[in-house]
Design a protein around this ligand. Structure first.
Ligand code: FAD
Length: 559
């Protein structure tokens, strides 16, 4: 996958997609597979924004039982299945526990009934899923077992626990990238650090976009018959304020702590403030907080919401925001006893909300479903569409609907699928390198398979082509989390990584849970600097860019 700005200026596209978050990425693949000539343009790096900031749960929509919304449940189940089938190495089963209290609406019997209904609705949840990733049906455990899983849980009225299975994308950033890579293999032209500054029209009809290549500051015109605006919180920039509920965004925050709080399961615990889900038929009266075990040693906890009234570009998490989340968690589960010193990372993003009462603590009502807003109705322009996405999980469902809409004769019409499929990569003789790697080979292979799934051979080919790609005497740039020198070459030359942050946060897992140590950062910056001809000043700027992400955690006064 190569960035080729020149080619973007030469081609006539059927479709330009603005925004390389999960919605833009999944749609690019779906449209390319459907035979359209597609370009994906991302102003920063793929998956850097809201899509990197999720709790990483790929929801099967069990919560929509409360709403009696079977249509939304089926959409979530199909989307979850689609992601699990697309990237089985990244999207894995997640066993979840909800403690039950009494015998009413929050009781064990009610939960068992709910899960039985859910399992019926989700009868086809494992279709085309590899056996090791299949999701079992819901079940129940005793109060004693719940106390073992959640030590220190409120025991008064505890009757047991309901267990259900969802999925988790261990690395949401890489999952976005996997869709982009696969779309490029299907012939899509993709570019990061390429900002769409305007949608151009010929009369009332879209004719293309203006794109600023951020690496050269050059602006080019890209011709296209249709444009899909999947710009996340920047949606209104190109669509204007004619979208429904323009300017209504909520901050959503999670924290990552270096502690395994609970055994065996992800656990949902009720918040302590009142919350009314306006659309629910069965109202639980509180929002649920999820404690998700992540990687070997961490727990991700969230999500809290509050209205956001600032400019989108000004959004950043402050130390105070994180402290508020910690305080909330300690009230919900006092046994956690969290302090700022336990927090190693935080996720924050903006999501579309319907309404919020500024005078009430937990009042944000998020938009219930992701939406496609078609041309003419909201934009007054033919060929311009917007995707307002509220869930990472349902991006495949939205992409499928978007492609169906484009296939309508009034828009792009049908194409022959697979028209632009790229050539297969050349075959290499891996034998000599395997011999050279000796005892390290199985370890390297296992690491690459875990991280890249079926694509692992492409990364291994970089080892082969570069005679083992070494950092001094070692193949590894970092042993924990593992990162090979060859992977970094692959990121730069095949995955469009051009900054240290691209590699640390979105290509590898180096900085996904906590700040990498300074010696690893320095080693990586030196390695990338040699490959990309960074000056000493540029190297420092790149390191500062990574450290900046952790700044709210380490401000003065921190523990
Ligand atoms: C704290 C938190 C927890 C969450 N937890 C979950 C969860 O557990 N499960 C779940 O399913 N969902 C979850 N979500 C929701 C989910 O993360 C989002 O709905 C989803 O990631 C939105 O994706 P997107 O592609 O629409 O937007 P984004 O990921 O924001 O992507 C939009 C992209 O457009 C680019 N862009 C903007 N303007 C331009 C332009 N002019 N030119 C080029 N590019 C442009 C941006 O740089 C950005 O990369 C959570 C969200 C948050 C914040």
């Amino acid at each position: 996958m190569k960035k080729n700005i020149g080619r973007l200026g030469e081609n006539q596209y059927d479709l330009v997609i603005v925004g390389g978050g999960i919605h833009g990425a999944v749609l690019t693949l779906a449209a390319a597979k459907a035979g359209y000539r597609v370009a994906l343009l991302e102003k920063d790096d793929f998956g850097h924004s809201t899509s990197a900031n999720s709790l990483k749960i790929i929801h099967g929509g069990i919560r929509y039982l409360q709403h009696g919304d079977f249509k939304r449940m089926r959409e979530s189940i199909a989307s979850r299945r689609s992601m699990m089938a697309f990237a089985p190495h990244l999207v894995k089963p997640l066993a979840c526990l909800m403690p039950t209290y009494g015998h009413g609406i929050k009781g064990r019997e009610m939960m068992r009934l709910a899960f039985a209904v859910y399992d019926l609705v989700a009868f086809d949840r494992n279709r085309a899923i590899p056996p090791e990733n299949r999701l079992p049906g819901g079940t129940a455990i005793s109060a004693e077992e719940v106390k073992w899983v959640v030590p220190g849980i409120k025991e008064n009225g505890l009757t047991g626990g309901a267990i259900w299975y969802d999925a988790i994308a261990g690395n949401t950033e890489r999952l976005v990238l996997e869709y982009v890579l696969e779309a490029a293999r299907y012939g899509a032209d993709v570019a990061n650090y390429a900002e769409v500054t305007a949608v151009e029209k010929d009369g009332a009809r879209v004719s293309g976009v203006l794109v600023r290549d951020m690496s050269t500051d050059r602006t080019i015109r890209v011709k296209s018959r249709a444009v899909v605006n999947a710009a996340g919180p920047w949606l209104e920039r190109l669509a204007g304020d004619r979208l429904p509920r323009a300017g209504n965004w909520a901050t959503a925050i999670n924290v990552v702590v270096k502690k395994r709080l609970f055994r065996k399961y992800a656990v949902g615990l009720e918040g302590y403030t009142d919350f009314t889900d306006r659309d629910a038929l069965i109202k639980r009266g509180k929002r649920l907080f999820f404690f998700v075990p992540w990687q070997e040693n961490y727990t991700m906890i969230g999500t809290t919401y509050k209205p956001y009234r600032g400019a989108v570009d000004d959004f950043s998490l402050q130390r105070q925001d994180i402290q508020e989340v910690i305080d909330d968690i300690n009230k919900i589960y006092p046994a956690a006893g969290l302090t700022m010193g336990d927090v190693t990372f935080c996720h924050g993003g903006l999501l579309p909300m319907t309404e919020a009462d500024e005078n009430q603590a937990d009042s944000v009502q998020l938009d219930k479903s992701s939406q496609i807003i078609a041309d003419g109705s909201a934009h007054g322009t033919n060929g311009l569409f917007s995707i307002k996405g509220v869930k990472y999980t349902t991006a495949p469902d939205i992409a499928e609907k978007m492609v169906k809409l484009l296939q309508d004769e009034n828009h792009l019409g049908q194409r022959t699928p697979g028209s632009y499929t790229a050539a297969s990569p050349q075959r290499l003789d891996h034998g000599p390198t395997i011999k050279q790697l000796g005892r390290e080979y199985p370890e390297i292979k296992a690491h690459l398979k875990r991280h890249y799934g079926a694509r692992w051979r492409a990364v291994f080919a970089v080892l082969v082509q570069n005679g083992g790609a070494k950092n001094g005497e070692s193949y590894w740039l970092s042993e924990e989390p593992p990162l090979l020198a060859a992977e970094v070459l692959y990121f730069i030359h095949e995955e469009m990584a051009s900054t240290l942050a691209d590699v640390v946060f979105r290509r590898s897992s180096l900085g996904s849970a906590e700040c990498p140590d300074t010696s690893t950062l320095a080693l990586l910056a030196d390695f990338m600097g040699r490959e990309l001809s960074w000056t000493g000043e540029e190297r420092e700027r790149q390191i500062a860019g990574v450290l900046q992400v952790f700044a709210p955690l380490y401000e003065k006064g921190g523990t």
